[in-house]
Design a protein around this ligand. Structure first.
Ligand SMILES: [Zn+2]
Ligand SMILES: [Zn+2]
Length: 366
């Protein structure tokens, strides 16, 4: 087994800061791919994890929206070769009934595969340095990450991995919720609670689906302005306006769908209250779904029910056709600026921070 010296942002303190350290990584194993990370998006799950982390635990490397260039492949890997560009997404086991029937977002081992900080066989490639990795099967806040065929997507070299990085989780989740989970049709009404990266992806996907009206709800006027540009037909500032009254006024009879991204219990209840009798709330906040009176329902949704190898190329095509302009959500930061990027995202000033970790063609620089 080869050992590589890499640099990674290590979490050693609850709430951060994250510090770049030199550590050692073993791999790739037979079924793994060693990826040089060009860029990584920062998702709210990284930030929540950092804030909730228990200091008594082994230090970890977070990051789960990596994109980069394949450096080495294990013997059994077929789908990529050295030099290919890849986007990394969530991990699944590949063996359980759900995985075998093409529903990796419902993998029976989803929790261990993404939040176990080890391979599914219990090993850890960062063991030598006393640090745990494999977050979402990647740990992309690092110069290099290991991935498998199940969580990597080969992508065209026409677009920079830097731009494509955030497709792996947040944008896939928002767009997939509208397109795959809810299957919103033309003329149906939808409200999106929270216009962060996930919510904005849902707004853009709702426009592609032909939904009408598309109502964005947030407390940040600047985000609401952007939501209008990306496809919202109406926006509601819920610090200044009564959301239920405005939705009733706009739709006349309650709404078909609410995508709830805020994780605020009051917003959760409000999402149920504004539905029409056959409406559905999509909860993207880790809660599971339930049936409600009158045929209303809530669905707990993971990763937008997306199969990354199918859905990410579709989002790239939509981007190239000008229909999914997610680049408008992105702000780039240097690898060393991760703590500033997290602070900007927490304040809501940056919708989708992306860390620049290495050049696509490192020979140009070194
Ligand atoms: Zn599985
Ligand atoms: Zn995420």
């Amino acid at each position: 087994m080869q050992v590589h010296k890499i640099r990674a942002d290590v979490l050693r303190k609850k709430g951060g800061p994250l510090e770049i350290e030199s550590i050692e990584m073993e791999g790739p194993r037979e079924d793994e791919v060693l990826v040089r990370i060009v860029a990584s998006g920062i998702c709210h799950t990284d930030i929540d994890f950092c804030d909730d982390w228990d200091e008594a635990d082994t230090p970890v490397v977070l990051g789960h929206e990596g994109a980069g260039v394949v450096e080495r492949v294990g013997r059994s890997v077929k789908c990529v070769k050295r030099g290919d560009h890849v986007v990394l997404s969530y991990q699944s086991c590949g063996h359980c009934g759900q995985c075998r029937s093409g529903r990796p977002a419902h993998c029976r081992h989803l929790y261990e595969a993404n939040f176990g900080f080890k391979r599914l066989d219990g090993s850890n490639a960062l063991q030598r340095s006393g640090v745990r990795g494999h977050f979402f099967g990647q740990s992309s806040f690092a110069t290099h990450a290991l991935a498998t065929e199940r969580n990597l997507v080969a992508v065209s070299k026409d677009l920079s991995p830097e731009l494509l990085a955030p497709l792996g989780c947040g944008l896939q989740t928002g767009a997939g919720t509208v397109m795959n989970s809810l299957k919103v049709s033309a003329g149906e009404s939808i409200a999106i609670f929270g216009t962060g990266a996930v919510g904005m992806a849902a707004v853009m996907a709702a426009r592609i689906a032909g939904a009408n009206p598309i109502i964005g709800v947030d407390i940040k006027p600047r985000r609401l302005q952007l939501a209008l540009k990306l496809g919202a037909t109406h926006v509601i500032d819920n610090r200044r306006q009564d959301v239920a009254a405005r939705i009733a006024e706009i739709t006349g009879r309650g709404i078909d769908y609410v995508v709830e991204t805020t994780a605020n219990p009051e917003m959760h209840q409000l999402a149920i209250d504004v539905l029409n009798p056959h409406g559905t709330v999509a909860l993207l906040t880790g809660e599971s779904g339930m049936d409600l009176p009158e045929g209303r329902r809530t669905l707990g949704i993971i990763e937008g029910d997306a199969v990354p190898q199918k859905f990410i190329p579709k989002l790239i095509e939509l981007y190239q056709a000008g229909q999914f302009p997610f680049d408008r959500l992105v702000k780039f930061y240097d690898f060393s600026e991760i703590n500033r990027a997290i602070a900007d995202a927490k304040r809501g000033d940056t919708i989708k921070p992306v860390l620049r970790i290495s050049e696509v063609h490192p020979s140009c620089r070194f």
